[in-house]
Design a protein around this ligand. Structure first.
Ligand code: PMP
Length: 427
């Protein structure tokens, strides 16, 4: 099956426009650890996918999945010790009072649960999010998305400019004053909901503003945002779908931006590819949600989810993948920073742990975003056997986010390919 003929069949079967990466799409047939293999047997280093956090086709996880599926897989309206143990283990990874959890199957669903939980607890409807975020694809959660459709929509949604040092909302301010300027915009968004009768239920943010482009957040922004939200009677939802699970070298992104959320949403890496997500909160918030909704989700909270989720945690802990993400990520970022001055098209390099963004600009002084250049770099890296993508508010950030089993040796190979790409660009 050639790539063009498979593409034609796909367009017919799935409808034209189902998203695909790269100018020439990849036809991937197998994964193993950090590697993906195409139909011609060519090997690529996966530097993009955070879902297979313990590696593609991890044998320990696959074995746990097969064993549980061969023993029992049933919906959640029976007692099952595995799911209780998993919930207990998961919530212990947070600080109290995040002690209870609602399971679901996608980040979108878990964010839906979080929004409903906050609205039920506060009796208010209004949600504040950032102006360049993505939290999921459903009607309710999709309305928070500004990335493709302009500003977030709706009478019950308000956005504030995401906090960043690179293109600050006000120029020539010191960092403390800049933090205040962003906090004032957050206050404006809350006030607007209070004034239009919706009231304020919650602030929802990705703890490290990943979809916004992984900005360096002005110091003190998140802890003070939490104070403002609580003073207004609202709750703070941390979307850890990308930020969590050791991605940053810490267990949770909220440790990086230094705040304690009321509700935490996790997804992507939890099941290493098995659909599994969770909304964690205090027992009273979860009890309130359950009483009001009698939430049931056929595939969620199953023995299969529990067995796979447990196996993923086992591997992360046994292989010390949090430490690996911190160490390899720090070395990778430092090596990339060394290259920054050599290439005029690189405006900024940011990130923590195994999550690094390289921002491409047309001109360093104007910081005009260069999406085309980022796409070009991503495609050149792909041709050299390294898979990344472009993201961020302007889609001009080369996004580096490999599975957590990515090693120093993979990083070295990547840097060689990155150097070769920079040389090509300069030529
Ligand atoms: N939250 C964030 C921060 C995300 O990046 C995404 C997906 N990219 C989601 C939620 C939605 O997750 P899902 O696709 O599993 O519904």
């Amino acid at each position: 099956m050639t790539t063009p003929s498979l593409l034609a069949r796909r367009n017919q079967a799935l409808g034209t426009g189902a998203p695909l990466f790269y100018n020439t799409p990849l036809h991937i047939v197998r994964g193993d650890g950090v590697y993906l293999f195409d139909a011609d047997g060519r090997r690529y280093v996966d530097m993009y996918n955070n879902v297979p956090c313990v590696g593609h086709a991890n044998p320990y996880v696959v074995e746990a999945m097969a064993r549980q599926q061969g023993t029992l897989n049933v919906h959640s309206r029976y007692l099952h010790e595995g799911i209780v143990e998993y919930a207990e283990r998961l919530t212990k990874l947070h600080t109290p009072p995040l002690e209870s959890v609602v399971f679901s199957c996608s980040g979108t669903e878990a964010n839906e649960v979080a929004l409903r939980m906050a609205r039920i607890a506060t009796g208010k409807q209004g949600i504040v999010c950032s102006n360049a975020t993505y939290h999921g694809n459903s009607d309710a959660v999709g309305r928070l998305t500004a990335t493709r459709r302009g500003q977030p929509e709706g009478i019950d949604v308000r956005s504030f400019p995401f906090p960043e040092l690179y293109r600050p909302i006000e120029k020539n301010l010191g960092e403390a004053d800049l933090t205040n300027a962003y906090l004032e915009r957050l206050r404006d968004a809350i006030r607007s909901l209070e004034n239009n009768g919706q009231g304020f239920a919650a602030l929802i943010v990705c703890s490290i503003f990943a979809n916004e482009g992984l900005p360096d957040v002005p110091r003190g922004f998140m802890p003070r945002a939490v104070e403002i939200v609580h003073a207004a009677g609202g709750l703070v939802i941390a979307d850890e779908v990308q930020a969590g699970y050791c991605r940053t070298g810490k267990w949770w992104g909220y440790e990086v931006t230094q705040f304690v959320p009321d509700i935490v949403v996790t997804g992507k890496p939890m099941g290493n590819g098995l659909p599994l997500s969770a909304t964690a909160a205090s027992k009273s918030l979860v009890d309130g949600f359950r009483a009001a909704t009698h939430y049931f989700n056929t595939f969620a909270s199953s023995p299969l989810q529990a067995a796979v989720g447990m196996a993923v945690l086992d591997v992360i802990e046994r292989e010390r993948l949090r430490e690996n993400a911190a160490n390899v990520g720090a070395a990778l970022k430092a090596a990339l920073l060394e290259r920054k001055d050599a290439c005029a098209a690189i405006g900024d390099i940011r990130g923590q742990g195994l999550f690094v963004g390289v921002e491409m600009v047309k001109d360093r002084s104007t910081k005009a975003p260069d999406r085309e250049r980022a796409v070009d770099v991503v495609n050149r890296l792909k041709d050299k056997g390294f898979l990344t993508s472009n993201a961020g508010a302007f889609n001009n950030v080369v996004k580096i986010r490999p599975p957590l089993v990515f090693t120093q040796s993979h990083a070295k190979d990547f840097l060689d390919a990155f150097d070769a790409t920079l040389t090509e660009i300069d030529a």
